[in-house]
Design a binder for this molecule. Sequence first.
Ligand code: GCU
Length: 707
Amino acid sequence: MQRSRREFVTTSLAGVAGLYAAGGITASQPPQLAPEDGYRLWLRFEPLGERGAAYRKLIQQVVVHGSSPTADVIRRELTAALDGLLGSPAPAAQTSVSAPAVVVGTPKDSTILRELRLDAELATLGPEGFIIRTARTGKHPIIAIASQADVGALYGTYHWLRLLQTAAPIDTLNIAERPKVQIRMLNHWDNMDGTIERGYAGRSLWQWKDLPGTIDPRYVDYARANASIGINATAINSVNANAIVFTPEYLAKVAALATMWRPYGLRVYLSANFASPIRIGGLKTADPLDPGVIAWWKAKADEIYKLIPDFGGFLVKANSEGQPGPKDYKRNHAEGANCLADAVAPHGGNVIWRAFIYDEDVDPDRAKRAYIEFTKLDGQFRPNVLVQVKNGAIDFMPREPFHPLFGALKQTPVLAEVQATQEYLGQGRHLVYLGTMWEEFLRADTYAKGKGSTVGKAIEGQVHPYRVTGFVSVLNPGLDRNWCGHHFSQSNWYASGRLAWNPELAARQIADEWTRMTFGNDPKTVDTIRDVMMQSREIFVNYTMPLGLHHLIGGNHYAPMPENAKAPRADWTATYYHQASTDGIGFDRTMKGNQAVGQYFPPVRDMFDSLATCPEEFLLWFHRCGWDYKTKSGETLWNALCTKYQNGARQAAEIEATWQSLAGRIDPQRHKEVADRLAIQVADAAKWRDQILQYFQGFSKRPILSK
Ligand code: GCU
């Protein structure tokens, strides 16, 4: 970490020198803000000015108790962060208090914290929870950051640093936090050859050729970023898994990563190729009921746990999009999952089985298939199997109704899978903050057990009492200097961690925090950026797929392609979904249509089923309407579509202008890099508007309303 901080400084200076050399700035007019490349994410720890001086009075000493590697991380992180934030060297970490101090650790390791008698309260918060409280020891005021375990103290430290970074008052603190979800996970779709499936920020972070001998400092910064938002699990290889990762050579490399990340509370999972016993094991079959296969997985799990004692388990995409799976042997998904689950169970591991499965023989509608398969299997999975369900039933569309499996599985823990990587949301080029999308999803009411059975509560295990709970975000950062391609895509990494910790957090609060940490506390900057972020997803929906339209794309999942009618499968086309004709447009999933609405609990089913109550944002998802159907605004459907697309393209241009108004308030490098991508976004939004409206006009035969 020390090394990386130096690296940050060097880069900033090099950036300034570069600008001078390019003649952008004259030596007599030094830039107000040094260029930044975004590498530091939200952990910038820039000086807080006057606010920093005020904080300093309360933080004259830093006392970190404990001798574990995690306590060392806390010590290093706190000292480096306070150095930066307070604008002068922070006091060295010590073990006793003789002035106002921040005191961090566990009561077990700290007499000072023991004196505060926090044990009973800490016990209710668990090893990852923490208390941050202002108190006194002897004559001196202290800020106590305490947990039952070092990892909770680390999370508490980052929480407290966030208060400083966001310029919050810290003189009277009484905070008690515990994560509402147990497995807070990232899924990387990294291939073993260094490419990333649906990655938009360069090649894979994992340097397989150099591991385990060479440790890129970036691995440590990755772990810091995750710990700072409470992420505690990561599956590092693509779900379209290459079995090579299970060979001894690669397991040694994975173990090196796991060892480095352990002090940060980050556990490694691996995506498993179901046919591994054949591909690397020399067996003739991968039938999950075959004794040889069962023995193979058991031996493989034993081998992995020898190297990685806290290995999380396997993540599996089976019988989906060409991947092998139990159905290849006429076994069902429970039989497949249970075979792997039995192998990791003696070690306390989990199997996370993805529900992203859509076999054509199950039902003609892709949106209905996973529900049909998995509800049949509820109760048949081993206790250490979790089913991972994407937020919607198709595939990370700009807007989808929540997947009907949420709330529907009573005995099988369901993890939510969201996608931060923006595959269908402008990839690395469009500014789209997804906090609002996930808030909409998490707050949707499934009515599984009556009103208030929201998706968030379901994944917290409060609707059905799940043995273990989880929230997963597909995140594909790469070697691009700013990790995510677009500076604003970092906010989706941040938001997915914060929502995994607490699915009930507000998207607006998360946007506010992230903005302050990433761009500073200048009020105009904060208000402007937060507001842009809050609108950005709806704007994207408006210019791409409004009113419940979905999948209007081709193979790259980026550009408009409503005419896409030819693909190896019908459900990979666009026409399958929009079904436009001269009569109208939309997919009839009502009870009179294909009855997909019937997969929701009755009040939700009825709400979606009736045109009078179906929220208009899902109109064409559930209903097929004529072009002259009267929408709630009074416009015809055709005119309402025109309005949405016109508005979306105009709003994208407004974001660009708003961003320009922040010139000088944001460092020149990030300002320009975002501006460059906004120019692409504005042009793309106009393309979406024009191509989609022209295409549908071919069916509606009505004039395009221009605004
Ligand atoms: C999407 C994506 C694929 C990915 C798949 C999955 O379809 O385009 O690249 O493999 O989701 O989630 O498994």
